[in-house]
Design a protein around this ligand. Structure first.
Ligand code: TMP
Length: 211
């Protein structure tokens, strides 16, 4: 059995990643591929517990150092217990965010040194990298307004996962510029114009995956 493909979806807030992951999963399954859909932070019971600490509550709840350690701890569990076994079983893994979110949000956005993030990633995951990264890019204001509307539409008693949205426009512009600079350095990252309609984005993703 050959190792499965590992595809990560990345981007700022409100880029439409979940919709597109579901579309791609359906298309690949229709071709007979085994597909595992997962997300970060989270994806395993332990990592989902860490996610709740990471994405809820006040922005200043944790320092950036704690944020990095939380997300790396969640990723270590997720890779060891779900992603690596799925890849070894030959499945295609579609993951909503992975290491490039840490490089963009905590690295470019908050100024944590890349060398430190890369060393922690190697320790946490045995240096597992996606084969392909689909970066769903759209203007920050559009993404934030979509994401805030989605949160407002949820039931009032659901815990809100808005800790990073609350960091504001200037921070999210740095994150977007961070993804752009990561994409310029790494051929595995493909930029997808996420301002297109859902079918247009899905077609661009399908073309990138088939390539
Ligand atoms: P989501 O909204 O795509 O579910 O992601 C949760 C939030 O966590 C999002 O605002 C981005 C943030 N995040 C980081 O800051 N660093 C990371 O490494 C990951 C995976 C997510």
């Amino acid at each position: 059995m050959s190792r499965g493909r590992f595809i990560a979806f990345e981007g700022g807030e409100g880029a439409g990643k979940s919709t597109q992951i579901a579309r791609l999963a359906e298309a690949l399954r229709a071709r007979g591929e085994g597909v595992v859909v997962t997300r970060e932070p989270g994806g395993t019971p332990g990592a989902e517990e860490i996610r709740a600490l990471f994405v809820r509550g006040e922005t200043a709840r944790w320092t950036v150092e704690t944020d990095v350690l939380l997300v790396c701890a969640a990723r270590a569990d997720h890779v060891a217990r779900l992603i690596r076994p799925a890849l070894e079983a030959g499945s295609t893994v579609l993951c909503d965010r992975f290491i490039h979110s840490t490089l963009a949000y905590q690295g470019h956005g908050k100024g944590v040194a890349m060398a430190q993030l890369l060393a922690l990633h190697a320790f946490a995951t045995g240096d597992l990298w996606p084969d392909l990264v689909l970066w769903l890019d759209l203007p920050v204001e559009l993404g934030l307004s979509r994401s805030t509307k989605r949160a407002a539409a949820q039931e009032a008693d659901l815990p809100q996962e808005q800790r990073f949205e609350a960091l504001g426009l200037a921070y999210h512009e740095k994150v977007r510029a961070g993804f752009a600079s990561l994409a310029a350095e790494d051929g595995r990252i493909v930029r997808i114009d996420a301002t297109q309609d859902i079918d247009g984005v899905a077609a661009a993703i399908a073309a990138a995956v088939l390539r």
